[in-house]
Design a protein. Structure first.
Length: 736
């Protein structure tokens, strides 16, 4: 019997991580000794990753990486990227206010949902960078693996990211005919169906694969205004791929994918504070239940994506030449009620039409002592945003359109030199040039008879509107980002490493502003040391990392009011921040049929400078999505059922300390420390063709905020977005 564990991703309530590690060591060591007499030892499987663009053991990668294979993703019911949050130390990952992926690693990310700024943590699908936060909160469909890399990425990847990377690697076509059918049903009328089939078109030369998925559910929230559900889901996704291998040295891998989400309603935040209603002349108080709202502007939510990527690879002895060509397109529309009432006070609409093209050329050399990963990268993105406010109560019916073109050109290289059999030196460098051009126009329609978002879009630029504003802006930035690394293999079970790297994220223009408001790039110096270890006769895997980040000119988004009391969006560079911390990931076979997975992250973060309106408020502010402690711990017990198959019981608890959700560090919106419980039972038939999983998440039905808006200055309310309540489901999968 072999236990497939790809990672160490589970946590422990604060303060008990060390206890769990010591328990694992004390328990496993004698068990390992007892097993020496056995003819077949039960050990942890090797984990293979491609974090450095080459297939290699996780234990030999001198980076902080968490990896999850397809079976582990299935067993843990990871249905979207947000489900990864507790499985990776110092990761915050949830869906935001506009279907955007809000991703923070070690306190670095970007909370703003509008597409004039770049994400702090990149999402890559088969090595293709996803340019927008919308469309990046992926449903997990037919994966081979997901990897999460912590720290700046630039010397190994086409598009650089300052905080880290989430890599989705899809399952490739096979020479054998294989596939599966899967169905899931649970509370909130959730229904998911997935199917995949793969096989040869021309034996050993051309293979193909197709995968489809459907996901739907009722909304978690009830809207008293119309009695309907809020934040429901209706998503259909597909992926088709083909792999052509004319000979053993040459391959062409083509992937096409698409998705469409068309729920009945958008996601409405819960009103956390009273708001004064001009219509009724009184304050309207929040509802007691955070999953009950009473709003009138949430009847639109549409997200459509399409992508195509071609990877050509040629191998010649120690050399590999690779080309990755990609085109992606995303269309998004939403209406969101941000006054929290049935008044027409502050309805926001946002339409985003984006497309991107990227071309990456790689040259890889693998020698006895020297290896090199190098590349040239080109990226061009066009984004047209149309959005505004529908707030006639405040005499405000407006539209703005931002047409932005972003171009990135880069050259990068990462050299490894094996000074001895045990000692390896790494040197990386990246040169990046980024250009952004924006054309911004806006106008008002209050009193013209134009009242809806659709009418404003149709009338825009026709002369009906008034108080016309506009500007054009262009800027470019250059950055040199080096990396220095050292790793030493102590013995076959232990490797230690140290890295110094520089991260960069380009500047831009505030897309919500009526006048040109540029902001500068971000820069980061990151220092990391760590070790990877396997011991107790390969029954325990413990990986740890410690880091220190010096973060300058960080970009922040916040909302306030101007001198006339009108809504004002501010996006600028606030100052300097410092983050340091420690991370641990553990997998241990406590017995042949009992596995412990645990992870824990400690993060100490603080602003050194934070200038708001020329005043240093660093002592009053806390970094967003940067809890001091996060952890998860799970136990899995396997019970053989003879010829019938196997039963697997899993229980897990995850914990997060107090988390600030807004740049204003609002105490009202801050989420206090909380823990979540989950459990599952999995049956696998003896022939491994059938799987049945009964699972439940958030079993105590904990109510916790994961996102927020501080609109105290205008329109005078604070709003909270709550995480998923208690859910349970049954999954049936047939593989062939």
């Amino acid at each position: 019997m072999k236990i497939q564990t790809i990672n160490h991703r589970d946590t422990i309530i604060k303060g008990s991580c060390l206890t769990a590690v010591l328990l694992a060591l004390s328990t496993v060591a004698p068990l390992a000794a007892e097993d020496t007499a056995n003819t077949e030892k039960v050990v942890l499987d090797e984990v293979i990753v491609t974090a450095r663009r080459q297939s290699e053991s996780l234990q030999l990668v001198p980076l902080a990486v968490s990896a999850f294979n397809a079976d582990e993703l299935f067993s843990n019911r990871i249905e979207n990227l947000g489900d990864l949050q507790s499985h990776v130390p110092n990761l915050s990952l949830h869906v935001g206010d506009a279907a955007n992926a809000v991703i923070y690693l070690r306190g670095i990310g970007q909370i703003d949902s509008i597409s004039f700024n770049d994400p702090g943590v990149g999402v890559y699908v088969d090595d293709v960078y996803m340019g927008r936060a919308q469309g990046s909160f992926l449903d997990v469909m037919d994966p081979a693996r997901i990897e999460v890399l912590r720290g700046p990425q630039g010397t190994l990847y086409g598009r650089n990211t300052i905080g880290g990377a989430v890599k989705f690697i899809s399952s490739r076509p096979t020479n054998d005919v294989v596939g599966y059918l899967e169905a899931v049903y649970g509370n909130y009328n959730q229904f998911r169906a997935k199917a995949s089939i793969s096989g040869p078109i021309i034996e050993d030369i051309l293979t193909a694969k197709a995968a489809v998925a459907h996901s739907s559910r009722d909304g978690y929230t009830q809207n008293l205004f119309d009695g309907e559900d809020d934040f429901d889901k209706e998503t259909n996704s597909w992926r088709v791929s083909a792999l052509l291998t004319p000979n053993e040295d040459l391959s062409f891998y083509l992937v096409l994918d698409g998705s469409r989400n068309t729920p009945d309603h958008s996601r409405t935040p819960h009103k956390e504070t009273p708001i004064f209603s001009l219509v009724s002349g009184a304050f309207i108080n929040p509802t007691d239940d955070p999953f009950v709202v009473n709003v009138n502007y949430n009847n639109l939510e549409k997200l459509k994506t399409f992508g195509v990527a071609l990877t050509a690879e040629y191998n010649m002895d120690e050399l590999t030449f690779k080309s990755i060509t990609s085109y992606r397109k995303m269309d998004y529309q939403t209406k969101t009620d941000l006054d929290g009432t049935v008044d027409a006070s502050f309805g926001i609409y946002y339409f985003d039409d984006q497309d991107q093209f990227s071309q990456e050329l790689q040259f890889i050399y693998e020698g006895d002592k020297i290896s090199l990963v190098s590349g040239l990268y080109y990226y061009k993105e066009n984004t047209v945003n149309t959005g505004g406010a529908n707030a006639p109560v405040f005499f405000f019916v407006s539209i703005g359109r931002w047409d932005q073109t972003s171009t990135s050109k880069a050259a990068y290289a990462h050299l490894k030199y094996s000074a001895t059999e045990a000692l390896t030196l790494s040197l990386g460098a990246r040169y990046t040039r980024e250009d952004k051009d924006i054309i911004s126009d806006g106008e008002h329609f209050f009193g013209t008879g134009i009242n809806t978002a659709e009418e404003m879009v149709a009338a825009f630029g026709t002369g009906i509107g008034f108080n016309v504003t506009g500007y054009t802006g262009e800027a470019d930035w250059e950055s040199f980002s080096p990396k220095f690394g050292l790793d030493y293999v102590v013995n076959e079970d232990v490797m230690v490493y140290a890295n110094i790297s520089r991260g960069f994220k380009s500047g831009g223009f505030n897309g919500r502003a009526a006048t040109s408001q540029p902001y500068d790039p971000e820069n980061l110096w990151s220092y990391e040391v760590g070790f990877k270890s396997t011991f107790a006769d390969q029954r325990v895997r413990l990986n740890m990392a410690a880091f220190y980040n010096d973060y300058n000119d960080f970009q922040v988004s916040r909302f306030t009011a101007d001198e006339f009391g009108n809504f004002l969006s501010v996006f600028d560079n606030a100052g300097k921040a410092i983050m340091w911390g420690v991370e641990a990931e553990l997998t241990a076979l406590l017995a042949d049929n009992l596995t412990l997975n645990a992870n824990a992250g400690y993060l100490n973060s603080e602003y050194r400078d934070f200038f708001d309106g020329g005043i240093d408020v660093s002592e009053q502010r806390h970094l967003v999505n940067a809890p001091s402690f996060s952890s998860r711990a799970s136990l899995t017990y396997d019970q053989e059922l003879g010829n019938a198959g196997n039963l697997s019981f899993n229980g897990a608890i995850s914990y997060r300390s107090k988390t600030y959700l807004t740049v204003s560090s609002s105490e009202i919106l801050a989420q206090d420390a909380y823990a979540l419980l989950e459990a599952s039972i999995r049956f696998t038939s003896a022939d491994q063709l059938w799987d049945v999983i009964l699972a439940g998440q958030n079993l105590t039905n904990k109510q916790y905020r994961e996102h927020g808006f501080d609109l105290t200055d205008f329109p005078g309310v604070q709003l909270g977005y709550y995480g998923t309540p208690r859910t349970y489901s049954v999954t049936v999968r047939y593989s062939f």
